[in-house]
Design a binder for this molecule. Sequence first.
Ligand code: MRU
Length: 356
Amino acid sequence: MFIPPVPTLHRQGNGVVILDQTALPWQCVERRLATLAAAAEAIASMRVRGAPLIGVTAAHGIALALVSDAPDDAALDHALAVLRATRPTAVSLAWALARMEKRLRPLPIAARREAAWAEATAILAEDAATCEAIGAHGLALLRALPERTGRPLRVMTHCNAGWLATTGAGTALAPIYAARDAGIAVEVYVSETRPRNQGLLTAWELATVSIDHILIADNAAGLLLARGEVDAVIVGADRIAANGDTVNKVGTCLKALAARASGTPFYVAAPVSTVDADAASGEAIPIEERAAEEVLAITGLNDDSFPRRVRLAPESTRTANPAFDLTPAALVSGFITEHGVIAASRLNELPQGAGT
Ligand code: MRU
């Protein structure tokens, strides 16, 4: 079983400790959350990020809320509303909150506090097990790719869908960890993922577990795919519509198009809780629009190795900053889930998804 080098979230008494991802990849900083407000802030400001980890954090946010407030219906409703409003796109958030509500609402008030911790802990443990299963199914796919001569298996990914985005081995990166453990020589093309540069988190993450990787500018992906230098693209997902349309980090769709044009398989790795049965197609999925500042400025280390924010464009420049994009189901070669690799047309046969 893959054990993350640093836990992304763990319980500590009546609080939780997170790895603060806003400090990465420059500093490894843990932060204790003790209140509902702190959990909500951690999700909204992307101290925790990645769909599965957002869900796990939201579940723990409910437990935190019930520690400080009387665990009555009003407190539960308030906590659900506060957490639901943090980020709109990743359906794992709504899925985890619905699961917490279903477990807690019918219980007598006196039993809710302990039950909230127990359910949040179960969600965390299941997430890690799900990642493991995704890794095993993805490994079978990687083994089936055509033999290469003289070079390692090369997988391209986008954004961060690894151990930093979950409580286990990740989603898109889980098959890569499984391949390495199976003795397959593998290297990963990592696109930087402007504007929030989650690709830098992926590079940092892969470095922590000694996986060979090559950081590329987002715009380099098309050329590398066209040259046949990539054996497969694997990305995560924030929400998958019932027809297989996939919403993932902005830039994913361009990779899917380039993969299709070059004949490279393009896989989406995600737990079935990412499938939103209520969204018939991708058009129904809300795309988060984030602050202009993310496009206008960038953070990096200065010559003295201190993180510094610098402005890239005039303050008055207009921006658009959609955080996710929509990849049509037709461009996806298969969905790597904990239940196996399936086609878009069979997503509705999966045992459980989000939605009503
Ligand atoms: O905005 P973020 O960093 O929360 O984005 C989520 C992601 O990490 C990705 O979109 C990812 O590819 C899917 S979630 C494992």
